[in-house]
Every structure is written in C-alpha cells, then in structure tokens.
Design a protein around this ligand. Structure first.
Ligand SMILES: NC(=O)c1ccc[n+]([C@@H]2O[C@H](COP(=O)([O-])OP(=O)(O)OC[C@H]3O[C@@H](n4cnc5c(N)ncnc54)[C@H](O)[C@@H]3O)[C@@H](O)[C@H]2O)c1
Length: 481
C-alpha cells in the first residue's frame, strides 16, 4: 500500500500538522491501495501563507518566463504520462488504456492549448491608439484556492493550475480526497519542472475541512471550483464573506437532440458517449431526445449499444468501461436506476445490480431507459453513471423546450444533416457549449456552463483571463518603460 500522507508546501514535501488518515480505495477491487492524510486548519493556513509569501515575486515575473516554465511542465508531464495514467486508473477506475490516453492526455491537451492561447493575451496595452496615456494592465488575481473532483482528475487540475501559473497567480490545490494520487504526482512534475517554492502548494483534505478552510480563508483572493452544484453553492456562500472571485464548473444534464435526418451513426455515438468514463462526466449526453419517426429504431440501437458495452477491471487492457468510483457513487446510481423503474420508465437494457458474474468492485450495468418523461427523476438529476434516458419529441420547438427544461446548462448536442436547422437550434439552446454531429470542441475553446452548471469559462484565452484582474491607469508616461 502506498504511503502518500505528505503535503507539498513551499517547495517541500512536508508532514501534516493536523492530519488524519484516509484510505484511497481501488474501485475495481474495493481494496485500499494508498493512504493519504486529510489536513486540518493548520495545514491550510501553512499552504496559504506560503502562496501569499510567494505572490509578490511571482506576479512580477515577465510573462515570457512563466511561459517557459509551463513549457518545461509540458515536457515533464509528457515524459511521465504513463505513470499519470496508472495513478488515475488506480484511484478512480478508468481502464488503464483509456487512463493513459484520454484521461492523462486531456492534461497534455490543455497545457498545449494554454501555451497557444497565452500569446494572444496583452498584459499591458494603451486603451487605444488615441489614448497612449491611458494604460490597461492585466495582473494576477492573487492567491487562488483550486478545488477539484475525481472524475477527470488531470483534465480539471490542468484547467486550473496552468492558467493560474501563466497569469502569475500563486495557489493551493485541494484535489478530491477520493482521487488524490494523480495530483500528488502532478506536484512532483511541477517540482521537477522548477516551479518556484510557494507558487504551487498541495494540501489533501475533504470538503468540510480543507475545502471550507480554503474557500473562507481571508488570505485567498479567488476560488476556482469544479464539482457538484451542491458544493458550488456552499463554497459561494462561504467565500462571499471575504468577497472572493469565484469560478464554478458544476454539474450537467446534457440533451442530445437526434432529428430524423441525423446521420446513421448518431444513436450509437450518443449512447457510447453517455457510457464513456462509466457515465462520470459532467458533459455526458444523458438525455437522448429522439424525433418520433425514428424513435423505435433509436431505442433498439441504443439498447444494443449498451449490451455490447463491456464492463471490466480498470487494470485490464482494452476499451471496456471501468467501475463507478466509490461505494457512495455505486449506491447512488443503483437508487436512481430503481427510481427510473418505479416512476414508470421502460427499462430496455441493463438495470439494477452488478453485471453478471461480478461480485466485487463498483461495477454498474450500462443501462438504457426508454419512454422517459422529462419530469422523471432520471431526467432531472445528474446520475453520474452509465445510464441513458431516451425521450421522444414531436418537432424542433418540442425538442428545444425539453432540452432547455432543466436547471443545468453545460453541454447540449444536436444531430442533423440540415445545417440551417443545426445553427438555429444551437443559438436557442441555453448551455455554455453545443456540440453537433459528433464534432468535439476545437483547441482553445472555452468550457463552462450557464444556470446551475456554473459561472465562468475554462480553457483558451478565457481560461487565462479568469485569473487576471484588469487595471485602468491614466497619466501613463508612454515614453518610459
Ligand atoms: N462542469 C464541470 O466542468 C465539471 C467537471 C467535472 C465534474 N463536475 C461535477 O463534479 C461532480 C462530481 O464530483 P465530486 O463528487 O467530486 O463533487 P463534490 O462536489 O462532492 O467534490 C468536488 C470537490 O469539492 C470538495 N468539496 C466538497 N464539498 C465542499 C465544500 N462544502 N467546500 C469546499 N470544498 C468541497 C471535494 O472535497 C472535492 O475536492 C459532478 O456533479 C459533476 O458534474 C463538473
């Protein structure tokens, strides 16, 4: 069993001051694979103090120096990719091949994209050509608390740490206590890349402990959070006392609108996307809205896709899906599947319990419900498991009404060969992202949600600007440096 109890503070691996042990559970075996420490207030204070002390020096480094630092991080991260995949697979159950590619690779992708976007940011510029004495300066927001979930650990950590570094901020990362191993490895990578002491700090802990300490800490200027809507609200309230900048990436309940003129792979693609990462993605297309004339056929195809989706250990190679992350998550998924049945949805694939022949590990059966009504619990709540709900619609207006009838607004999807219809629907969907005909977002696109899915955008230029304050200076001397 790995002993991972130390924290990374001020460029050193240190023992917790106020820690208690927590086992990290391998979801494929239900056995403890590592022990970490959940820190207390003294640990949060030490990390914030280190970040505060490092801020004046780091925020004044020339932008080119920060870019060179992130280039070095990319180099080390790329070299250690397989180790990262192994850590993610062990802690949260992503199958090893997928963990080394999509999971770990999402970190590489974001670091590369931020480096490209960085060149578009003007840290200092005149307000306009006619106003050289008016200067607009962009500077670091300050000390940031970065709080992340377990489902795409390196995706979320790089979406926060990298732009914070590029902006000149210093930070304390509190990764999910369920999946902390990848972040501990990420701290090693930053250390190896030469991030100066105090600029990046990591303290493990849970929400009521370190999470709450950080979101209310008087010396923290900004909280960037990814996780549940419930925790996002708690963090916003706690941070309001000290008027922090708040960035929130929260849950989702994406609609995938499949029109009768969609391409023939649309249903298979949508079902697979829903089951990917065992359904544990905030942007999963979990509500499949299908035009009535192709509805019966779509239900059959989606059910067949679920039957063909292999479930297996995260330690086995191959393109199966792994277990759910934890007992809590397994139980929540089981409850919601039962609710779907109780509320009258038609179960056409999967269902309650583990897949046949499996009696250990948090494995869930890929499940499809047909004849779902948008008022049912399975259509309203984020399940975070491989459970697809299929809802019929009559026409474009009906599809839009159902798609937008949700508290969430993260990613919606549209499938149609009619370009004008696609564009029209995309404009009317209330979500931060709309992906159509299976085309994923381009490099440097902003990621984020409307309504209960969050505030702010991560990725690209937007993701870096989120960590910057804008300062307007008049009486500037344009002839001086
Ligand atoms: N929109 C996005 O970009 C995005 C991406 C991935 C996941 N998510 C969401 O994350 C959720 C799943 O992740 P989870 O179960 O780890 O979520 P969670 O909210 O339980 O935990 C997320 C993180 O917040 C911490 N936390 C929990 N309560 C806290 C509190 N009161 N104060 C401070 N910190 C607190 C946790 O320790 C963890 O580090 C899903 O709802 C999913 O949709 C959103």
């Amino acid at each position: 069993m790995l002993d991972k109890r130390k924290f990374y503070i001020n460029g050193q691996w240190v023992d917790p001051i106020d820690g208690r042990d927590l086992d990290v559970i391998d979801p494929s075996t239900e056995e403890a694979c590592a022990v970490i420490s959940l820190g207390g207030k003294a640990d949060s204070d030490a990390a914030v103090a280190a970040a505060r002390a490092a801020l004046p020096g780091f925020m004044e480094t020339p932008p080119a120096e920060r870019k060179a630092l992130v280039e070095k991080i990319l180099e080390v991260y790329t070299r250690r990719n397989d180790e990262m995949g192994e850590a993610i697979s062990l802690e949260m159950g992503a199958p090893i091949d997928m963990a080394k590619t999509s999971q770990s690779g999402s970190g590489t992708w974001h670091i590369q994209n931020f480096l490209r976007a960085f060149d578009q940011i003007e840290f200092e510029a005149p307000l306009s050509e006619k106003a050289p004495e008016d200067r607009i300066i962009k500077e670091a927001v300050g000390v940031c608390a970065l709080i992340t979930p377990w489902n795409w650990p390196m995706n979320q950590v790089t979406l926060k740490v990298i732009p914070a570094l590029l902006a000149g901020c210093t930070m304390v990362l509190k990764p999910s206590e369920i999946a902390p191993l990848s972040s501990l490895l990420f701290a090693e990578i930053l250390d190896e890349a030469g991030v100066p002491p105090g600029v990046f700090n990591l303290v493990n802990g849970d929400g009521p402990g370190v999470g709450t300490d950080l979101s209310g800490h008087p010396d923290v200027d900004m909280v960037s959070f990814t996780g549940s809507t419930r925790a996002g609200i708690a963090i916003s309230k706690n941070a309001a006392e000290t008027l922090k900048h708040i960035h929130l990436e929260l849950g989702g309940k994406g609609a995938n609108i499949i029109f009768a003129d969609a391409d023939e792979k649309a249903v298979v693609r949508g079902a697979r996307h829903c089951f990917n990462n065992t359904g544990q993605s905030c942007n999963a297309p979990t509500r499949m809205l299908v035009e009535r004339s192709i509805y019966d056929q779509a239900v059959e195809i989606a059910a067949a896709t679920a039957e063909k989706t292999r479930v297996g250990s995260a330690h086995e190679p191959g393109n199966h899906i792994g277990p759910a992350v934890s007992q809590v998550q397994f139980d929540k998924i089981q409850d919601l599947i039962q609710k779907g049945i109780d509320e009258g949805a038609r179960l056409v694939a999967g269902g309650p319990g583990r897949p046949e022949g499996v009696n250990r590990g948090y494995f869930v059966r890929p499940t499809v419900f047909a004849d779902v009504n948008n008022d049912m619990t399975i259509a309203r709540e984020e399940i975070f498991g491989p459970v697809l709900s299929i809802i019929p619609f009559e026409d474009e207006a009906d599809a839009l009404r159902i798609a937008n009838d949700t508290p969430y607004g993260l990613t919606n999807y549209v499938q149609s060969q009619d370009g004008a219809k696609r564009n029209r629907v995309a404009r009317r969907l209330r979500s931060g992202m709309v992906e159509m005909n299976g085309k994923s977002r381009g490099r440097g696109s902003p990621f984020g949600g409307m309504k209960a899915s969050g505030r702010g955008r991560e990725g690209g230029v937007w993701g870096i600007e989120d960590f910057l304050e804008v300062k307007a200076v008049s009486g500037w001397s344009p002839d001086d440096a």
